[in-house]
Design a protein around this ligand. Structure first.
Ligand SMILES: [Zn+2]
Length: 72
């Protein structure tokens, strides 16, 4: 593990997540890290549009907050 502040946060059970602004519904939510898929996967809590944020294992993610545009 690198030194410095990791961009991820963890919930009480230790699952990593990142905060995401779902622009489709202008709502803030969380997506959780999948160890098997090496990325953050989740869905909009309103319209259930699936999102994923792939993570470079070397660099990690460089932002803790993502804006997800519809159709991207
Ligand atoms: Zn939505």
């Amino acid at each position: 593990m690198e030194h410095g502040t990791p961009p991820e946060e963890r919930n009480q059970r230790g699952r990593k997540f990142i905060g995401v602004m779902f622009e489709c519904c202008s709502i803030y939510g969380r997506v959780y890290y999948s160890e098997s898929k090496k990325g953050y996967f989740g869905a909009c809590p309103m319209c259930h549009r699936k999102v994923n944020v792939k993570v470079d294992p070397e660099k990690g993610v460089d932002a803790r907050f993502f804006r997800l545009k519809p159709g991207s």
